[in-house]
Design a protein around this ligand. Structure first.
Ligand code: FE2
Length: 972
């Protein structure tokens, strides 16, 4: 489509186009170029004047205009200086006025009268507008179409379209020439179209002969109701070469009544440009659209808004009840990524905190997932489960009599299930049912049979193939390499281990670990500790410093029955590359030697329940770290600033926006649902994870201590943890210490595929490093991510400068990696591994008994009972199972890596070829992963649990609970 000009070859062609318009008119599908509103008409003298102008602005002129405008607009958005801070609110208001004036100016320009010309000076362009009606998406609003049609007839309300030339300027407006308005009529669709899902309207637009290439589409919805605009495809009249050209506008956006917006909705074709290559007709539209998306940082957001702005996490607690107050996350003491600003009111009791409300939290309208029927939306299942099902489970299972006494009791959750119907009905009857989903639908979806009132869970994969395998020490080690948190294990480089905690008050005693040579050398296959260190045979799972400052507070919590430690687990890599635990240290805040207890594996094959309890506490530390950091913070939370900044600073016309956008789909939606039901006060996390009310605060501390952008890509992450060394001869640039590290091995294959795709893509749009440096939008985007979205870490190391193509490729590959492969690795195996509570317990309620104590006698007398009652209650286990089963599912409309479900997402054949190559690399990687899972020389692929590592298979063949498949984005 590049370079195509809309100039009919002959008068006959123009006449034919006119005939096509007439035909459309008589078919009563569309009134094209019909009666234009009075204000859109223009005089003959204006027309004559405009006919003299037809020379498109040169690219260099366009660049100058772009740069000048950008500088002006950036000044409007610039932060206040320190001397201005006292009146920052007034300054924001001034900027808001400036921006309003700018946008209104453009809106007026868009509606300057078009030319009243002879019909021969216009040509018709035919196309198809594809719309999804609200009624089709929700099955709840079928009346809206009828109302809109009636109003069409009675009040002349309608949907109006206008095209804007990309390359032929209107000198009065300094934007591209515009077509006459085209009215879409016959809004009510025929039944056949309803069944197909999309409604297609033939449209014909009248454009001046010297219009050039259509680059933008203006849409005004004068109907009462919103609709989802999917696309506009245009067929241009034949060019001088006799060929007809296509122009495609992938819109994919909700369009509300025009009065909801301060400027008509603008959409662009699928031709992207670096900022200074923007065709002159689109320069102002490009900027205006971004300004609209940024907003002013003022006011409460409405459902139809499209504004992306930042806020701290100040809506997790409720200061009106002291027990429900939670600290705000985001700032110097509790650093955190920013989330989407909603502008909700503050509490009188604490103006720094935003009021929690029962309705869904604001996110930009197009970030809300729409697709199948409501009960298929996983985020709705999640909120409805939190609102109804979990209270019902608590009501049914809370009480002293409800305990797991044997492993068979746990198994019964999968075999017999829990009859929850009556209790659930009581909850439903007593609650305000504001959410859309019927909670009994979730019970059916979780149930393994058709007894709709029985919660009966699927058997988790970790006990599906070998019921006892999870207890094996080798499986404990294997899950650090191939479980759901395989990104915290690290090489041990010195011994003994020494805490790095800053401890001026000496709360924590001797910083040196209590694990000595004597503890671990019996497990090193005859090696000394020093020899094992030298041979890179010792590894550590270290949660000591992250948990210890909170252990006392957690254990003293009156409101939550939880007992924990800060753990360290040391592993030995044997000659078969099996990671065997050789010591676990469990620490409390007690500064005396009693505060550090060391446990070692039994030296015979006898069961040692004390060792099993120590492993359970270490697993619980891992479980909390997995959910709070590896999963929530390191994927969900850290991605939101990237999404916000991309929409604020990279135009949809920018090639990098186009590259990244599939990796952002649905993330703000699920994050808002999480703030509502999972991570907030009395949410699922607080109720079921060991840190209780401190959970989110701890996640902030870990983000502050550990998160650096450059470590988020897999190769650097492996290097940082000592699991690999640099290797210039390998495609990934690293070599693993030992190959049989399933997460890393499969992950590096995906990383290489991502990097190859990103490299090809960047090469298409950036000829050299200088162009990267001069890309105004790109530089502003990157600066905003660092200084605003992740502003609490802006001075931390690890932020690359985008000054070269190489740094851009590495940065973009990392951004692709986080929501796809990293998230898949920590998310879609949650039910497989934590659905069986003892394998990865979220909470422990009893400390490991001291030898010869009363509790120790109880353990010896009834070990299975004591062991299980040290874990969470059945109500807690069941809540976790319910939530992680929903979290582990793939949606019906999942888009996997290597896929793009948006029709016509690019018109660039080079990009399409590179994308195909990317898909082939992913396919090759998938084959290699499957082969590795069948290779008996790689024991960590399956381990004692006989559970193959499938979490990074690029695709899942079906939706639901499959334990495989890497979606492009975080949507659950
Ligand atoms: Fe997730």
């Amino acid at each position: 489509m590049q370079g195509c000009k809309l100039i009919p070859a002959t008068a006959a062609a123009a006449a034919a186009s006119s005939a096509a318009v007439t035909s459309s008119l008589t078919s009563n599908h569309v009134v094209a170029g019909g009666r234009a509103p009075q204000r859109l008409q223009e005089s003959g003298s204006q027309q004559q004047q405009l006919l003299k102008v037809g020379l498109p602005m040169m690219a260099s002129d366009s660049a100058k205009v772009f740069s000048a405008n950008s500088a002006r607009l950036q000044a409007m958005n610039r932060p206040c200086s320190s001397t201005q801070k006292k009146s920052s609110r007034q300054l924001v208001a001034v900027r808001a006025t400036q921006i309003d004036t700018f946008i209104k100016g453009l809106q007026e320009k868009l509606h300057l009268p078009t030319h009243e010309s002879e019909s021969s000076e216009y040509v018709s362009v035919n196309g198809t507008l594809t719309v999804r009606k609200k009624s089709l998406l929700t099955y709840m609003d079928v009346g809206s179409d009828l109302i809109d049609d009636t109003e069409d007839a009675l009040f002349d309300q309608k949907v109006l379209l206008q095209l804007v030339s990309s390359d032929v300027l209107d000198p009065r407006t300094n934007i591209g020439k515009v077509s006459k308005e085209c009215q879409v009529v016959n809004w009510n669709m025929v039944q056949e179209t309803v069944k197909s899902g999309d409604v297609k309207y033939p449209v014909t637009l009248m454009v001046p002969k010297d219009f050039g290439t259509p680059g933008a589409l203006i849409v005004r919805n004068l109907h009462q109701h919103e609709f989802f605009l999917k696309s506009l495809s245009l067929t241009l009249p034949a060019d001088v070469d006799g060929k007809k050209k296509e122009v495609f506008f992938p819109c994919n956006s909700w369009v509300y009544n025009a009065n909801k917006y301060n400027c008509d909705r603008i959409f662009f074709s699928n031709q992207v440009y670096l900022p200074d290559q923007t065709p002159p007709g689109l320069v102002q539209l490009r900027e205006t659209e971004m300004i609209n998306l940024r907003g002013y940082g003022l006011g409460e957001r409405k459902v139809w808004d499209r504004i992306y702005d930042y806020a701290v996490y100040n809506d997790l607690g409720n200061p009106t009840n002291p027990a429900d107050k939670r600290p705000n996350l985001g700032g110097k003491d509790l650093p955190y990524p920013r989330r989407c600003r909603t502008g909700r009111k503050s509490y009188d009791a604490d103006p720094s905190m935003e009021v929690r409300v029962s309705e869904n939290f604001y996110i930009p309208r197009d970030e809300i997932f729409d697709g199948q029927k409501q009960s298929d939306f996983l985020s709705d299942q999640l909120t409805s489960a939190a609102h109804n099902l979990i209270p019902a489970i608590e009501g049914l299972l809370t009480g002293g009599k409800n305990e797991f006494n044997t492993f068979k009791d746990v198994r019964n959750l999968y075999q017999d299930g829990i009859d929850i119907g009556e209790t659930l009905q009581t909850v439903v009857d007593t609650k305000d049912q504001s959410q859309k989903m019927d909670p009994f639908e979730i019970v059916k979806k979780l149930g393994a049979d058709d007894r709709s009132n029985v919660l009966k869970y699927t058997i988790p994969q970790v006990i599906q193939f070998n019921e006892q395998g999870w207890l094996d020490d080798e499986e404990f080690g294997r899950q650090r390499l191939a479980g759901i948190n395989p990104m915290h294990i690290e090489l041990l480089t010195s011994f003994p281990v020494v805490s790095k905690l800053d401890d001026p008050e000496e709360r924590f005693g001797d910083p040196t670990s209590a694990i000595t040579h004597k503890h671990i050398e019996p497990y090193l296959d005859g090696m000394t500790v020093e020899q094992a260190l030298e041979a890179k045979k010792l590894y550590i799972l270290d949660y000591h410093d992250l948990y210890l400052p909170y252990v006392k507070q957690i254990n003293e919590l009156k409101s939550f029955d939880s007992q924990t430690y800060a753990s360290r687990s040391i592993f030995f890599l044997d000659k078969n590359n099996v990671l065997k635990p050789c010591a676990i240290e469990l620490a409390t805040e007690d500064p005396t030697p009693r505060g550090k207890r060391v446990f070692t594996p039994p030296k015979n094959n006898q069961r040692d329940w004390m060792w099993d309890l120590a492993k359970a506490h270490a697993r619980t530390n891992d479980s909390g770290f997995h959910q709070l950091y590896s999963h929530w913070t390191r994927t969900h939370a850290v991605m939101e600033p990237f999404i916000i900044a991309t929409n604020r600073q990279l135009s949809v016309l920018h090639p990098i926006h186009l590259l990244l956008v599939p990796h952002f789909k649905n993330t703000m939606n699920i994050n808002a649902a999480a703030r509502k039901a999972l991570i907030s006060v009395n949410g699922v996390i607080e109720k079921t994870f060991t840190p209780g009310k401190f959970s989110m605060e701890i996640s902030s501390k870990i983000y502050g201590a550990l998160w650096h952008f450059d470590d988020q890509g897999l190769p650097n992450d492996l290097l940082k943890r000592g699991m690999a060394v640099e290797d210039a001869t390998s495609e990934s640039g690293v070599k693993l210490n030992f190959e049989d590290y399933p997460y890393a091995q499969d992950g590096l294959d995906l990383w290489c595929a991502f990097k190859s795709w990103v490299t090809d893509y960047v090469n298409i749009y950036y000829a050299d490093d200088k162009i990267v440096q001069q890309d105004i939008e790109l530089q502003q985007w990157w600066s905003e991510i660092r200084t605003k979205g992740h502003g609490d870490k802006k001075d931390a190391p690890g932020w690359p400068s985008l000054t070269s193509k190489a740094s851009l490729v590495e940065t973009l590959t990392t951004i692709l990696w986080i929501p796809s492969a990293h998230h898949a690795a920590v998310n879609f195996g949650q039910y497989a591994y934590t659905g069986y509570m003892p394998n990865q317990p979220a909470v422990m309620r009893r400390p490991v008994p001291e030898v010869n104590s009363k509790e120790y006698s109880q353990l010896l007398a009834s070990p299975e009972k004591f062991f299980l009652q040290s874990h969470g209650k059945p109500s807690q286990a069941t809540i976790v199972m319910t939530v992680v089963e929903i979290l582990s599912k793939h949606a019906q409309e999942e888009e996997y890596i290597g896929q793009r479900l948006v029709e016509g997402w690019t018109n660039n054949n080079e990009v399409l070829a590179a994308f195909q190559k990317y898909g082939e690399k992913l396919q090759t990687a998938a084959v290699a992963m499957k082969e590795r899972n069948e290779n008996p020389a790689l024991p960590n692929r399956r381990g004692p649990a006989k559970l193959p590592y499938t979490l990074l298979y690029p695709k899942s063949e079906k939706h639901g609970l499959t334990g495989m498949g890497v979606p492009n984005s975080i949507s659950i």
